[in-house]
Design a protein. Structure first.
Length: 228
């Protein structure tokens, strides 16, 4: 029974993550397929470059909800309640299921079944999952992301810094304050994943060819991505 429940939350998380909001909104707002423009990725940054701020903000919110709702559904399936705080035993199973669901949502965003497994980088979905799991760490990471992106104008650098900072802040919170270790594991896996999927951005950052936030993409053109 537990195996079936774990399988269910992973499947639900993956399918949620696979919903191509960027492609849908890009088509509706700009009449284009964002996979054929700019970075070719399906996240909010590429939508921003192609379709503008309102469309990008909507994609960002919906991609956040992928991770958040994956955690919610996992809690409902395992415990009948989306919010899990403290405790051990069954509570540990619920937290593990929620972490797996959030990771599955990130995987779905990166490798969506509906788009032949070619999606975005999963940054917003990562933070959406963490917002449901551990709001303080999520808000801290988002703050680091925004500050870094604002100062440097590189969303890719902000995304990497924000993800890594969530793990960095959870290390002392786990050791000193007894925060669940499952959350630490989630941020570790998530941070490594986000670094790996940004390896092309890292190369461009080092070479000085990474495009900055606010630079537009002409329809029909292809430019390096800051962060989808």
């Amino acid at each position: 029974m537990i195996i079936a429940e774990f399988a269910a939350v992973v499947l639900i998380g993956y399918l949620l993550g696979s919903i191509p909001f960027g492609v849908i909104i890009g088509r509706r707002s700009a009449k284009v397929d964002i996979r054929e423009i700019g970075s070719g990725k399906t996240g909010a940054t590429n939508v921003l470059r192609v379709a503008g701020k309102k469309a990008a903000a909507l994609v960002l919110i919906l991609d956040l909800l992928k991770g958040l709702l994956a955690v919610v559904f996992a809690g409902l399936i395992f415990n009948g309640d989306y919010l899990v705080v403290g405790g051990s035993g069954l509570w540990g199973l619920v937290r593990s299921a929620q972490v797996l669901a959030a990771l599955a949502a990130i995987a779905g965003h990166k490798w969506p079944v509906f788009l032949k497994f070619k999606g975005g980088r999963g940054v917003a979905t990562f933070f959406g999952g963490l917002l449901a799991l551990c709001p303080p760490a999520a808000l801290f990471g988002v703050g680091v992301l925004l500050i870094t992106a604002f100062i440097t104008k590189y969303v890719s650098l902000g995304s990497i810094a924000g993800a890594v900072s969530t793990y960095a802040i959870l290390v002392p919170l786990t050791i000193i304050n007894g925060f669940p270790i499952e959350y630490l594991v989630y941020t570790l896996i998530g941070a490594i994943f986000i670094i790996v999927v940004h390896r092309d951005n890292i190369v461009r950052l080092i070479s000085g060819t990474e495009r900055k936030l606010g630079e537009k993409v002409k329809v029909g053109g292809s430019l390096p991505s800051t962060n989808p």
